[in-house]
Write a protein of this length. Structure first.
Length: 244
C-alpha cells in the first residue's frame, strides 16, 4: 500500500479556554477526494489552518508526502505542493483576473512571461478565458470561486484543500463547480473538501471524515458515514435519509 499524500497525527489546538481541535488524526490517499463534514464550530476550518501553517498546532504533526511540515510557514508549505481556497473569497479586488492568478504562478517562477503563460493556462482551465482582463471585484460569486481555483492551481499543488468552495452558489452553479472539482482531480490533484451540502459530498467524495467538537466522530465511505447513527444525531438530523 502506497504512503498517504497527507498524514495528520494527533493534532490539537486550544484558543485560550476553547479546545478547537482535539487529538485529531486522519490521512488522505493520493488521487482521492476526501470530504470533511461536521456542524458549525466542529473545527473544520481550524484543521485546514493547522495543516497549511496558518496556525501552529499545540500537539501532533502533519506530514506531506512523508515529510514533516509541522510548524512551517504557509508559503513554504505551499511551495511543497499544498494549496488551498478560503471559505470567503479573497481576490485582489482591483487587479485583473490574469494578474490575480499570476500571483499564484510567481510562487514557482520569477519570470514575468512564464508566470503570465502559466496563469493564462489556469484561467482557461477554470473557464474564465473570456474574463481574463476583468477586474476581480466585478466578478459574480461563481466566477470569484473559479478565480480562487485558478490562483491556487497556479501554485502547482499536488494537494488542494477546498474550504466551502461551493458556498453561496445556486443549484446550477453547484453543478458547474462539481464538474470543475472532477476536472481538477482528473488533472492529477488530490483534494480535501469541506462542504455542508450532503448531495455534493455524496457525489464527489471517495471517503468522508466527520468532525464534532474538534474530534473525529466518524470516517469511511459516504454511504456508511451518512447512515451512522452518531453522525445523524450530531449533524445530519433524525429526518435525514441517504437519498435526501
Amino acid at each position: 500500500m502506497s504512503q498517504p499524500i497527507l498524514e495528520v497525527k494527533n493534532i490539537s489546538k486550544r484558543f485560550r479556554g476553547l479546545l478547537a481541535v482535539n487529538d485529531l488524526s486522519f490521512h488522505v490517499n493520493k488521487g482521492e477526494i476526501l470530504g470533511v463534514i461536521g456542524p458549525n464550530g466542529a473545527g473544520k476550518s481550524t484543521t485546514f489552518n493547522l495543516i497549511t501553517g496558518v496556525y501552529t498546532s499545540d500537539t501532533g504533526e502533519v506530514k506531506l508526502n512523508g515529510q514533516n511540515i509541522t510548524g512551517l510557514s504557509p508559503n513554504v508549505i505551499c511551495k511543497k505542493g499544498l494549496s488551498r481556497t478560503f471559505q470567503v473569497t479573497r481576490p485582489f479586488g482591483d487587479m485583473s483576473v490574469l494578474q490575480n492568478v499570476m500571483v499564484g504562478a510567481f510562487l514557482n517562477t520569477s519570470n514575468m512571461l512564464r508566470a503570465e503563460q502559466e496563469a493564462m493556462e489556469m484561467v482557461e482551465f477554470v473557464g474564465l478565458g473570456d474574463k481574463v482582463h476583468s477586474v476581480a471585484r466585478t466578478l459574480s460569486i461563481i466566477d470569484q470561486r473559479r478565480l480562487e481555483f485558478a490562483r491556487s492551481l497556479a501554485t502547482k499543488p499536488t494537494l488542494l484543500l477546498l474550504d466551502e468552495a461551493l458556498a453561496g452558489l445556486n443549484s446550477i452553479e453547484v453543478e458547474e463547480a462539481i464538474k470543475l472539482i472532477w476536472k481538477v482531480k482528473e488533472a492529477g490533484v488530490t483534494l480535501v473538501v469541506i462542504e455542508h451540502v450532503m448531495k455534493v459530498i455524496n457525489t464527489i467524495s471517495d471517503r468522508v471524515v466527520v468532525l464534532n467538537f474538534g474530534s473525529m466522530l466518524a470516517q469511511g465511505v459516504p454511504k456508511e458515514v451518512m447512515n451512522n447513527p452518531a453522525v445523524i444525531e450530531a449533524y445530519l438530523g433524525k429526518g435525514f435519509t441517504q437519498h435526501a
